[in-house]
Design a protein around this ligand. Structure first.
Ligand SMILES: [Cu+2]
Length: 111
């Protein structure tokens, strides 16, 4: 067991200062906040409307938007995001409120 535990601890020591440094760097602060893994919500694709650039997701809680789990329609920031998913996919996604609209800006884990 020790032979497994030591490399893991060693990796953790290496990784944590790197993460702290990245977060403190003003040049990357904004972009790392936008793609922070903690801001990704769980969702399931219910409907895809490529013509309108809309995506219906049943999603879990979205903490940074103060939103409980529900099924709702999102705009997508880039139409190509819709090519990454199909109905029924379980995904992780980033949603932002832009003006009056809720917009999906990133999706991972589809297809
Ligand atoms: Cu919602």
């Amino acid at each position: 067991m020790k032979s497994i535990a030591i490399p893991v601890a060693f990796f953790a020591l290496l990784a944590s200062p790197a993460i702290a440094q990245k977060a403190a760097d003003p040049r990357t602060q904004q972009s790392s906040a936008a793609t922070n893994a903690a801001d990704l919500a769980d969702g399931e694709v219910r409907r895809i409307d490529k013509g309108a650039g809309k995506l219906t997701l049943r999603h879990g809680e979205i903490k940074h938007l103060d939103m409980p789990g529900m099924t709702m329609v999102f705009q997508v920031q880039e139409p190509t995001l819709l090519d990454k998913v199909k109905v029924g996919d379980k995904v992780r996604f980033r949603a932002e409120k832009i003006g009056a609209a809720y917009v999906v800006t990133a999706i991972e884990g589809g297809k």
